[in-house]
Design a protein around this ligand. Structure first.
Ligand SMILES: Nc1ncnc2c1ncn2[C@@H]1O[C@H](COP(=O)(O)OP(=O)(O)OP(=O)(O)O)[C@@H](O)[C@H]1O
Ligand SMILES: [Mg+2]
Length: 419
């Protein structure tokens, strides 16, 4: 058991090496210290996100019904009645989406802020309880920025992004289920278009990301050079270097402009592709649909006759499912980043300090009343190389409580270390 504990401790010190630690906290594990009220908020938030997301594709069914209303054989009264029904259903769907959208966001965001606040205070307490040797092993100077980074990732990723992932996921799944419910055969035909959407998004998305980071690097370089030139302005004038500085600046500015244009072009390409993919899909789906109607196709198994109502509903639901699935791609990294940050925070919260009393988990200051006794104590800082000598080896002394003792010795002999 002690060995296992030691291994766990070693594992918990892993987060100090950022580049190698890709472990994530489980979503449910995040709430292990939270009260029931917070857990209830999470469950309600998740359920409402599913309801809100799944309600959106129902619109596809209404569109199909809407087409049905334009049947010339129907009387005016029948058309009026059908319109009323559809308007009522649209109203209900809109109401459900508003209610679910508002409350899922409010619940999850509220919970994320509370979780982040609670973890912050637990983290700080746990950090202050660690033994001095722990701080020798981590980069203390980087802690403030790391803490800020981790907690902003948690409050943003867990609240907003988790809600978005569930909402979008439910919408995508709902769209696909509705499409298959309306017509499995026609939906499968529509799915043949899916690779175009996914490869397109992957290619355009990657080029957009690359060009965006090139542009940011160029803007940073331009800013740095401007600052450098302005701060050494007098020196430059006294050496007659203005012309050269302007020439250099022009070159960097030109490069920045080119990169910005490239970035804008790839963004335009992405937007263009999105619209092209959407309308291209309708072009493909309606063409195939019209062929199936002309040939009086009947769906095998279900015996459903392919008509305009079916084509419109299934194609709308399919495209909604496909496009929303691709929307998940940019949201997911936010959630994984939050879960990775949470793992690092929990590792510190759950780390058992090496120096502690068995009962309280902290160094028992009350024992100082009896005095201080060093009994054959040796010490070396953990950061010192293995081969170096211990700072002190096997020292023994006793300091009685209420007395004064002077520790004397040459510089570097370990006086402060003893204290
Ligand atoms: N945080 C640390 N990490 C690694 N080595 C350390 C650390 N602090 C002190 N040392 C080393 O431990 C040895 C003892 O240092 P310490 O500060 O205890 O000496 P000191 O007797 O208090 O010296 P001084 O009289 O100059 O204050 C020195 O060699 C020092 O370089
Ligand atoms: Mg000292």
């Amino acid at each position: 058991m002690p060995r296992q504990e030691e291994e766990e401790k070693k594992g918990s010190e892993q987060p100090e090496d950022d580049s190698k630690n890709y472990k994530m906290m489980s979503f449910t594990g995040l709430f292990k210290y939270q009260p029931w009220s917070d857990k209830t908020l999470v469950v309600l938030g998740v359920l409402l996100a599913i309801v809100g997301g799944a309600a959106a594709p129902l619109i596809a069914l209404i569109f199909g019904q809407l087409i049905d209303i334009f049947d010339p054989n129907k009387s005016v009264a029948e058309v009026n009645e059908a319109y009323k029904m559809l308007a009522m259903w649209m109203g209900i769907i809109a109401g459900v989406m508003w209610f679910a959208g508002y409350f899922q966001y409010a619940f999850l965001q509220h919970m994320a802020e509370r979780l982040s606040f609670d973890l912050r205070s637990r983290y700080l307490r746990a950090l202050l309880k660690q033994e001095t040797a722990y701080f020798e092993k981590i980069q203390v100077e980087a802690l403030p920025s790391e803490i800020a980074d981790h907690f902003s990732a948690i409050s943003e990723g867990i609240g907003e992004k988790v809600g978005q992932v569930i909402y979008t996921g439910a919408m995508a799944l709902g769209g696909i289920i509705i499409a298959f419910y309306v017509s499995w055969m026609y939906t499968l035909i529509c799915f043949a278009y899916m690779p175009i959407i996914f490869f397109g998004f992957a290619i355009f998305g990657k080029s957009m990301k690359t060009n965006q980071s090139l542009k940011l690097a160029a803007v940073k370089e331009l800013g740095g050079r401007t600052e450098e030139t302005l701060s050494a302005l007098k020196l430059m004038v006294s050496f007659n270097r203005e012309e050269l500085a302007c020439k250099e600046f022009d070159e960097i500015a030109q490069n920045t402009k080119n990169k910005a244009i490239l970035s804008a072009k790839s963004m335009a390409g992405m937007m263009g592709f999105f619209m092209c993919a959407m309308f291209g899909f309708f072009c493909y789906a309606y063409y195939i649909g019209s062929v199936l109607i002309q040939k009086n196709m009947v769906e095998p198994g279900t015996g459903k006759k392919v008509d305009i109502d079916l084509i419109v509903s299934a194609s709308q639901a399919t495209i909604l499912g496909m496009l929303t699935t691709s929307q998940l791609i940019p949201i997911l990294p936010g959630v994984t980043k939050a879960l990775m940050s949470a793992k690092k925070i929990f590792d510190v919260i759950e780390r058992t300090p090496e120096i502690r009393s068995k009962e309280t988990g902290t160094v028992n200051l009350l024992s100082l009343k009896k005095g201080i006794r060093f009994d054959n104590v040796s010490f070396r800082y953990p950061t010192q190389p293995e081969k170096t000598q211990d700072i002190f080896e096997g020292i023994n002394f006793t300091i009685k409580s209420g007395t004064s003792t002077a520790i004397v010795g040459p510089s570097g002999s370990g006086k402060s270390t003893i204290v």
